[in-house]
Write a new protein. Structure first.
Length: 410
């Protein structure tokens, strides 16, 4: 009987131990209670600021960032936006900036270029000396001086002309009509005026100086001859007492009735411009006064380091207040079919050979990433983005506020 009691006691103790093990296992499998988290709001630029509700930093005005801190000293969970504070400023910037979403378009199919009004150099006429001689008198001395057709330009002394005149007078004495006619033609070809030839035959005396008359109307311009002294820009290249050779250019006369506009187009835009594209011109002094023309000349080449290419727009009738040297702006209507995303010029950081825009992080409202882009057509206030962004990206409107461009120097 005593044995049975001992067996029951052992059995009871084993059961109690088994139940204890089961309870310990259940407690081990139960999840631990989360420690209560402390939540506050701080500034990414001034971490000493702690606020208990959302808002702006009282120091710099930036939007505060949410921070969750647990009671455990060894475990701190921060908002994911703070991770970006460790990123280089050339890649990521945090803050509150005005953004926009780029749209597809063609920037009104125009390219804007600045330039000026100048003389049409196709209408520069040269006056060359037909004989070798010395300039004894100048009637036109200054660049820009008005010249009328038939106006005296200078008087020249030429031994060759004196010799032919004496020969003519001898032929008149000999009464040889055929030879007289031939010598008169020769004097005309040497630049002598018909009235002067008649004066020689009537007075029976040769003229020591003959007058050179202008065959053109316009204004005087310097002759680009490196052999001549042009130390004073207002003066022409010739002087009284100077000797000239037969065939030497002594005057350049610019026809002022024809002018052109020279527009300086960025090299990146030249691929979209063709001869014949319409151009609307306006001056800075009178922006509402529009003159229409077209692209008439595109240089067949450009220098390696040139950032702009100068194109020409030939003009016939211009307003009276559009003088030579007037600054103008041309709006060139291009006929390309390339349509892309366009952003304001202010949205692009141009860093030498590279360009970047700042794109808003899709998971954080106050984080922006630098995105390299390839640019295309540039207009007066916008620029085409060929690659680097896509529809739906939110772009910072003014990239100059993001970071000092010097940080990008490599």
């Amino acid at each position: 009987m005593k044995l049975i009691k001992n067996i029951n006691l052992v059995y009871l103790l084993l059961m109690m131990a088994f139940i204890g093990l089961l309870m310990a296992g259940c407690q081990a499998n139960q999840p631990k209670a989360h420690s209560q988290a402390k939540v506050y709001y701080t500034c990414s630029m001034h971490p000493q600021v702690h606020e208990d509700k959302p808002g702006n930093c009282p120091i710099c005005g930036m939007k505060l960032i949410k921070v969750e801190e647990t009671n455990q000293k060894d475990t701190v969970s921060l908002d994911t936006a703070l991770y970006y504070l460790t990123q280089p400023v050339t890649k990521t910037v945090t803050g509150s900036f005005k953004t926009f979403i780029p749209v597809k378009g063609n920037a009104k199919d125009t390219i804007t270029a600045d330039g000026m009004i100048d003389f049409d150099e196709r209408d520069i006429n040269g006056v060359a000396s037909r004989v070798t001689g010395r300039i004894d008198k100048l009637y036109v001395k200054y660049s820009g001086q008005s010249i009328a057709k038939g106006q005296p330009l200078m008087e020249i002394y030429s031994p060759e002309l004196l010799s032919v005149q004496r020969e003519l007078l001898q032929t008149v004495k000999d009464n040889d009509p055929t030879l007289i006619k031939a010598l008169k033609v020769k004097l005309r070809n040497l630049g002598m005026h018909q009235n002067e030839i008649q004066k020689v035959t009537e007075s029976r005396k040769p003229l020591s100086q003959i007058t050179i008359f202008s065959p053109y109307q316009g204004v005087a311009r310097p002759v680009s001859d490196p052999a001549m002294d042009n130390s004073t820009p207002e003066l022409l290249d010739i002087r009284k007492g100077m000797y000239v050779d037969a065939g030497q250019s002594i005057f350049s006369i610019q026809d002022i009735t024809r002018r052109w506009a020279l527009l300086h187009v960025f090299a990146s835009d030249m691929a979209f411009i063709q001869k014949g594209d319409p151009v609307a011109l306006n001056s800075e002094a009178s922006p509402d006064q529009i003159i229409n023309g077209q692209v008439d000349f595109i240089p067949p080449y450009r220098m390696e380091n040139e950032k702009t290419t100068t194109i020409r727009v030939y003009l016939k009738n211009l307003p009276a207040n559009w003088k030579i040297g007037t600054l103008v702006r041309g709006h060139i209507v291009i006929g390309h079919e390339d349509r892309g995303l366009y952003v304001p010029l202010s949205a692009v950081n141009r860093l030498g050979m590279r360009s970047v825009v700042w794109v808003k992080d899709r998971n954080s409202n106050d984080v922006f990433h630098a995105r390299p882009v390839q640019t295309g057509i540039r207009t007066e206030d916008s620029i085409q983005i060929i690659s680097g962004i896509k529809t739906g990206d939110q772009i910072v409107e003014n990239a100059a506020y993001m970071v000092d461009s010097d940080s990008f120097i490599q």
